[in-house]
Design a protein around this ligand. Structure first.
Ligand code: SF4
Length: 111
């Protein structure tokens, strides 16, 4: 079991395609999704499951070309009182680039 105090969200799901191919990844706080569907409007990568009321990305790993629309989805997510539950991470640095690019670089998940 992972020690919460030593837990680094940047390492979640890091066994994906090579970083050179897909330099970005999604961290998704599905348990905090409130089912608004704004992500699905912003990006073809996102779909709202009408049965569960929870969104899901088709891919958790992103190319440069897929970055912008997923950043928009992260920025428009209204969950957690506007803080958002979609996080776009630069796999090369482990830093969050959306929705909080002006933070201290740490990932603003709230699990
Ligand atoms: S925009 Fe956020 S709260 Fe709304 S469905 Fe997508 S992930 Fe869930």
């Amino acid at each position: 079991m992972t020690e919460r105090s030593n837990f680094d969200p940047a390492t979640v799901g890091d066994e994906g395609p090579p970083v050179e191919e897909k330099p970005y990844k999604i961290l998704f706080e599905a348990n905090r999704c409130i089912g608004t569907g704004k992500c699905a409007i912003a990006s073809d990568n996102w779909e709202l499951n009408l049965e569960t009321g929870i969104a899901r990305p088709a891919s958790f790993f992103l190319t440069e070309d897929e970055l912008a629309e997923n950043v928009t989805a992260a920025e428009r997510c209204p969950a957690k009182k506007g803080a958002g539950v979609i996080h776009v991470i630069d796999r090369r640095t482990g830093r969050e680039i959306a929705p909080d690019p002006n933070g201290d670089g740490t990932i603003s998940v709230d699990w």
